[in-house]
Ligand binder design. Structure first.
Ligand code: PBG
Length: 330
């Protein structure tokens, strides 16, 4: 058959032919403002330790944070997220180090606020897993994670973080009702302008493995977190979680992990007009990075993976790659 000049009527490839034209019709882009940079903290002085299971990601001592935060500000990143690696001897059954005004997170908040004021936002996890000997996010009694007893501690942890200068409180513990209770406590104490970012949709996932190594809760963890983190078979349940947290006062919600859950990000965004953050978690980072280091994937895989979150509807992305934006975005 002879293909005439008129066939096909529309050639989709016309707009893909030149680089300028691809840019012209591009639907989504990435910039520094789309990212939150997670930072792992460790004790000591002048420390920068590479995390074994996350090549290219480091734990920093509090005195040594300027380099990474200067870079974040230069890359226009709006916010950092702090995660402590707590010494084993400071851990106990109830995670009491979480309430120590001199713990790693507190010291880091004070230091960052003093040096950078409001040039960059600070977000802190609310959960007990970096501080408990059993590695769970809440109080463990007779093989059960106690919801309401845990919330009593999370409220105090949140208030303390706010008092230290944290801008965005991010409960990642998955207890029921904690957003409303934390909101009440913050308001009662004059912190009505502190934002709440709820890890509303957090699945019980195998992709958190390297993170647990980074904060030192991997070996500690007894069992799994399936009785409080979500079952990854479920989507409607995610929408119910988000609707409850919105009623309880969440300013933003998180979906976590990221890449295996793009459908969830899209569903949350389609159903609720609230800012949605996607967390590209440690296991995703390690998978992509090791494939690149082993020359299985090329480096553009990073950009592609990050852009997919924007396409799915995320307003921002928490990613360990945020420390490499100068290279990734160029
Ligand atoms: C702790 C917490 C976890 C992550 C963020 N906050 C781990 C967990 O729930 O076990 C995971 C982040 C990552 O894997 O990058 N509540």
């Amino acid at each position: 058959m002879i293909i005439t000049g008129k066939y096909p009527n529309l050639r989709m490839r016309r707009s893909r032919k030149e680089e300028w034209s691809r840019r012209l019709v591009r639907e989504n882009t990435l910039s520094g403002s789309d990212f939150v940079l997670p930072i792992f903290l460790t004790d000591g002085k002048n420390k920068k330790q590479e995390i074994k299971l996350m090549k290219g990601v480091y734990r920093y001592s509090v005195d040594n944070l300027s380099v990474i935060i200067d870079r974040a500000i230069k890359n226009k990143i709006p916010m950092v997220a702090l995660f402590p690696n707590t010494k084993i001897k400071l851990k106990d059954k109830s995670g009491s180090e979480a309430l120590n005004e001199n713990n790693l997170v507190s010291k880091a908040i004070v230091k960052i606020k003093k040096k950078y004021n409001n040039k960059i936002g600070i977000m802190c996890d609310v959960a007990l897993d970096p501080y408990t000997t059993h590695g769970h996010d809440g109080i463990l009694e007779k093989n059960e994670i106690l919801n309401d007893k845990t919330i009593e501690i999370l409220i105090k942890q949140s208030l303390m973080q706010a008092q230290m200068g944290c801008d965005v409180i991010a409960p990642s513990d998955m207890m029921d009702g904690r957003i409303g209770e934390i909101r009440k406590e913050l308001d009662k104490n004059g912190y009505e302008n502190i934002q709440l970012l709820s890890y509303a949709v957090k699945y019980s996932s195998s992709f958190y493995g390297p993170f647990r190594d980074a904060v030192g809760s991997k070996k500690a963890l007894q069992g799994n977190k399936k009785t409080y983190q979500m079952d990854y078979s479920n989507l409607n349940e995610a929408l119910r979680e988000v609707s409850m947290d919105i009623k309880e006062g969440a300013d933003m919600v998180m979906v976590k992990p990221g890449l295996p859950y793009l459908d969830i990000i899209k569903a949350v965004k389609d159903n609720f007009k609230i800012p949605v953050l996607a967390y590209q978690v440690s296991g995703e980072y390690s998978l992509i990075s090791s494939a690149i280091n082993n020359k299985i994937l090329n480096k553009e895989a990073i950009y592609e993976s990050l852009l997919s979150f924007k396409r799915a509807g995320a307003n921002a992305i928490i990613s360990y790659y945020a420390d490499y934006l100068d290279k990734i975005l160029k």
